[in-house]
Unconditional design. Structure first.
Length: 192
């Protein structure tokens, strides 16, 4: 099966998520347990751990679990959290709260990333950056699960379609074909 090339460090702004097949990056109430059980290609996590220089997130994700860190804590580096009211945020040594415009937040994040990539781990901030033309790549790992509700990667009612080009060899406008079978709750194939 065709796959993306390994990610590279290059001062890029990545909107990077694991996502359900129906487009959610978190379940209701920020649930993330749906991510367990999916396999990823060998070395994928290290690829991103090595090429990420800084992370930009939003206040809701932070407030939900201030102890959570990207890649389960395996990645270490500067984390920036955007909020309109930094004064009442739970402080942490590795986190800087920003209350500035998005272009400035990206400038600060890229400077801290020091030539590596800035990962945007927030749907709301990613959407705003996309509108400003400040996203270099949308980098998704689509997991074989349907959630039905939660936090969408891209929630922008009334917006015009945003056309994308697929990164890699071949026609950048080509569709990606996938085919799945439902399984039982225990992960076994249905039999008829
Ligand atoms: N699937 C994955 O791979 C993955 C990875 C990482 C995270 N996640 C999940 O992604 C979810 C992120 O949650 P979310 O998108 O609902 O919220 P969020 O982006 O974490 O937070 C939204 C909040 O960020 C602040 N904010 C956004 N834009 C701002 C701006 N321009 N200026 C100042 N502040 C701004 C605002 O906070 P104030 O109201 O305080 O101003 C806003 O209410 C979490 O559930 C997290 O677990 C998933």
């Amino acid at each position: 099966m065709s796959d993306t090339e390994p990610q590279t460090a290059g001062g890029k702004v990545l909107w990077h998520f694991a996502m359900s097949l129906d487009g959610f990056v978190a379940g209701p109430n920020h649930e993330m347990d749906w991510m367990t059980g999916a396999s990823v290609r060998p070395g994928l996590h290290s690829e991103y751990i090595e090429t990420t220089g800084a992370v930009l997130g939003g206040r809701d994700g932070w407030d939900h679990d201030p102890d959570a860190r990207p890649y389960g804590g395996a990645w270490k580096g500067p984390i920036f959290v955007l909020t309109h009211h930094p004064e009442d945020a739970t402080p942490a040594d590795d986190v800087t709260f920003l209350n500035c415009d998005l272009a400035e937040a990206v400038r600060i994040g890229l400077e801290a990333a020091d030539g590596k990539n800035l990962e945007v781990l927030s749907p709301t901030i990613g959407r705003q950056l996309l509108e400003l033309g400040l996203i270099d790549e949308i980098d998704l790992h689509i997991l074989p699960v349907l959630l039905g509700e939660g936090i969408r990667l891209y929630d922008n009612p009334g917006s015009a379609p945003i056309r994308l080009h697929r990164v890699g060899e071949g026609d950048p406008t080509s569709a990606v074909n996938v085919r799945y079978r439902p399984t039982t709750p225990a992960g076994k194939p249905f039999t008829r």
